[in-house]
Write a protein that binds this ligand. Structure first.
Ligand SMILES: *Cc1c(COP(=O)(O)O)cnc(C)c1O
Length: 427
């Protein structure tokens, strides 16, 4: 390649991948094997002691997965990445490396519902507390921080859509508190936004969504930006204390600006175990090659659909940062100028019943609880994902009785709009 830094689409196709050294295969082969033969006893010993990089067992490393990891690290501008079984596994391994009982995470309330559950229930049962920032501004994060805080956690473009966070403002709060700033970049993808450029120390992904993009493979990723000084902070024993099982090695000293990714691999994946299958890694590598094309089409379609809905008499409001009058329009122009994503919400004048009828009447849209598929998706949260909540709780979560959430696919936009039009007429 030339001396110039390759562009995004070039990296999306080439980063991490070379023709297979033994067969010449141009596409990355699926190394569907659990284990790898050692050259000799000394080689085995150096792999187990972390003195040499190499493959031992697919729970910890695999050559197909390694291509996915290098590609995601490159696209996000990080020093290293780790691919795991799902987005939730990425979150589990990240906080496993940072937290001890009695410590807390300061997190945004505007997050994926599954993440709110994971933090509120399972993480609390580990003794990891969560303090929710009430507002979207940097100050509401600063207000929650205390001496036991070990991380600040947000989504760049937040669920259920329309919200683009003040990434730089909140990064300053984390920096002042001396804790890593963790950004879930699932909804934006690195095509739209690279949180490392705006102060993120760790970037997380559910690769299941737009990165995979076809609704067929689960996966997650942890990207180490290499920016956080673990030794200076002294609050993260897993990274800085000697590890007896690795000859008293201190990971932060031995691995420098990749220490966090290595820690999640050699302690997190080793002990907790949520490895991605080589088959799924292959599916995700393939999908990422077209990420730029797909995301641009998703965003272009979403903006046209949002404008159509905004002008429709049955629709009371549309929350999409791509619309000029949206409260998050400026943040969108600053952090993800190529597009505001493809997931957004709108309200129906006919309330709960109209929401249910709209979902029933749609033919092209699939009614399901996912985002980031090539296909257009719809859900009425009040009658599905959020039905167990009270009306007040529903509204606080952005899932009031009239709210419909869509994830706009990459079909012909005229067909998406005409499907909405006929269903709105029926509703
Ligand atoms: C889906 C999702 C997750 C969880 O990822 P899984 O791959 O489903 O485990 C985390 N964060 C966001 C923003 C998501 O949309």
């Amino acid at each position: 390649m030339s001396e110039n830094t390759p562009g995004f689409d070039t990296l999306a196709i080439h980063a991490g991948a070379k023709p297979d050294p033994t067969t010449g295969a141009r596409a990355t082969p699926i190394y569907q094997t659990t284990s790898f033969v050692f050259e000799d006893v000394d080689h085995a010993a150096s792999l187990f002691g972390l003195q040499a990089f190499g493959n031992i067992y697919t729970r910890i490393t695999n050559p197909t997965t390694a291509v996915l990891e290098e590609r995601v690290a490159n696209l996000e501008g990080g020093t290293a990445a780790l691919a795991v079984a799902s987005g939730h596994a990425a979150q589990l391994l990240t906080f496993h490396a940072l937290m001890t009982p009695g410590c807390n995470i300061v997190a945004s309330r505007r997050m994926y519902g599954g993440t709110i559950n994971q933090l509120n229930h399972s993480f609390k049962s580990f003794g990891w507390d969560v303090k929710w920032a009430d507002g979207l501004d940097a100050q509401s994060f600063a207000d929650q921080i205390n001496e036991n805080t070990r991380a600040v956690f947000i989504e760049s473009v937040a669920n259920p859509g329309g919200v683009v966070m003040d990434i730089e403002g909140i990064s300053i709060v984390a920096k002042e508190a001396g804790v890593p700033f963790i950004v879930d970049n699932t909804m934006a993808t690195p095509y739209l936004c690279q949180p490392v450029k705006h102060g993120a120390d760790i970037v997380l992904h559910s690769l299941t969504k737009f990165m995979g993009g076809h609704g067929n493979s689960m996966g997650g990723a942890i990207v180490d930006a290499g920016t956080f000084d673990w030794l200076a902070s002294g609050k993260y024993p897993m990274l800085t204390e000697p590890r007896p099982e690795y000859n008293d090695m201190r990971l932060s000293e031995a691995f420098g600006n990749m220490a966090f990714a290595i820690c999640c691999r050699v302690l997190g994946l080793r002990d907790l175990g949520p490895a991605i299958s080589p088959q799924n890694a292959f599916m995700l590598i393939t999908s990422i090659e077209t990420l730029g094309l797909r995301m641009q089409r998703h965003c272009d379609n979403a903006l046209k659909v949002a404008k159509f809905l905004q002008s429709h008499p049955a629709v009371s409001w549309v929350s999409y940062a791509g619309l000029a009058n949206d409260p998050f329009h400026q943040a969108h122009q600053k952090y993800c100028p190529k597009g505001a994503g493809a997931v957004f919400t709108f309200g129906l004048k006919g309330g709960y019943e109209a929401g249910v009828e709209l979902v029933k009447g749609l033919e092209l849209f699939s009614h399901l609880a996912n985002i980031g598929d090539t296909r257009s998706l719809v859900i009425h949260p009040a009658s599905t994902t959020h039905r167990q909540l009270s009306d007040d709780q529903k509204s606080a979560a952005g899932a009031g009785r009239d709210v419909v959430r869509v994830s706009i696919g990459i079909e012909d936009v005229a067909d998406i709009i005409s499907d909405l039009k006929q269903a709105l007429e029926k509703a």
